[in-house]
Design a protein around this ligand. Structure first.
Ligand SMILES: [Mn+2]
Length: 318
């Protein structure tokens, strides 16, 4: 059997220059895993560039070295490209062109929908996060310090929904306990990531919540947002965290009009329903309990199509 960790360590040791990237719509796990990898490679005295399609949301600027991340790139030759938290190379946006020019692609991910696009694919869909997989690598190389620990903790914390989703395991808790040896502060991380709503955003959330819709069985709950503008922080998660308070609901959906004829649909579920499959039906993907897709067309039409599919899908599970 291939020992992927060993192969990656060999590859790192024998290479000089590295490109690091992650998926579009950056969040805690994508940025945490990128910056942990950056710190690790710098400690090994490698040449490293982090290049992302999207800008870093301000709430993640507390992560160490976040200032080195580039959205424009001059050089284009790298020995190794490390792609993190990314189910498919096209999810890196325009960085994809640079990946093709690297001599080797290392794909480190935990999405169940991963397409194994790398030369080395360290993919574990049972891991809570890319950061959890990366911890194993740091542990094996015996490189850990406060900065790396802070990045990894943040990725694990955000991707497990503050340690509440079913992807939270004994290993997850063992790892974060180890990370705390390096002086990581859960309180500070929580406040950086979660305490940033402005009053007008809370009012918007209140409006969205007061217009929630349900199917007849009340197992499906969804919200429609006519005009969606991406915020500096992830309002989607805040809305879902409130919707999650509902008992008996199994599927939560947000329909967000992000552009003319462009509807972003996010899915969350309790363990009875696999929303990765639902998102895949509409050309998207993700995880069993958190996924998303983008649908071209009118809001009302997207709502009708998706809700009728989800109804049929959940009825079959009864
Ligand atoms: Mn992730």
């Amino acid at each position: 059997m291939r020992n992927l960790l060993k192969e990656i360590i060999e590859k790192i040791k024998n290479s000089k220059s590295f490109l690091i990237t992650a998926h579009v719509s950056l969040e805690g796990d994508a940025l945490g895993s990128e910056l942990a990898t950056y710190a690790l490679l710098r400690k090994l005295k490698k040449r490293v560039v982090i290049y992302n399609n999207d800008h870093t949301p301000p709430i993640y600027k507390f992560l160490p070295h976040s200032g080195v991340i580039k959205n424009v790139l001059k050089e284009d030759k790298f020995d190794v490209a490390i792609v993190l938290d990314c189910s498919d190379s096209s999810r890196t946006g325009r960085v994809k062109d640079y990946l093709a020019r690297a001599k080797c692609i290392i794909n480190i991910d935990h999405h169940i929908s991963n397409t194994f696009f790398g030369d080395i694919n360290l993919v574990d869909s049972k891991a809570s996060s890319a950061c959890q997989i990366l911890y194993r690598l740091c542990d094996k190389i015996e490189i850990m310090d406060k900065n790396i620990a802070l990045c990894l903790y943040t990725g694990i914390f955000t991707d497990t929904g503050n340690f509440t989703y079913t992807n939270t395991t004994k290993e997850t808790h063992r790892i974060v306990a180890n990370l705390m040896h390096y002086g990581v502060s859960p309180r500070l991380i929580y406040e950086n990531v979660h305490s940033l709503c402005e009053d007008k955003d809370l009012k918007l959330i209140g409006k969205i919540i007061s217009h929630l819709k349900f199917d007849a069985s009340r197992r499906i709950c969804w919200a429609i947002i006519n005009k969606w503008k991406d915020k500096d922080y992830d309002l989607t998660e805040v809305i879902f965290s409130i919707m999650r308070l509902l008992k008996n609901v199994e599927v939560l959906i947000l329909f967000k009009k992000v552009d003319k004829n462009k509807i972003r649909v996010n899915f969350r579920s309790r363990p009875t329903v696999d929303v990765n499959r639902i998102a895949q039906f509409f050309g998207g993907g993700g995880h069993k309990s958190a996924s998303g897709t983008t649908i071209e067309g009118e809001l009302a039409q997207a709502e009708r199509k998706v809700i009728s599919f989800v109804k049929r899908y959940t009825n079959k599970l009864k």
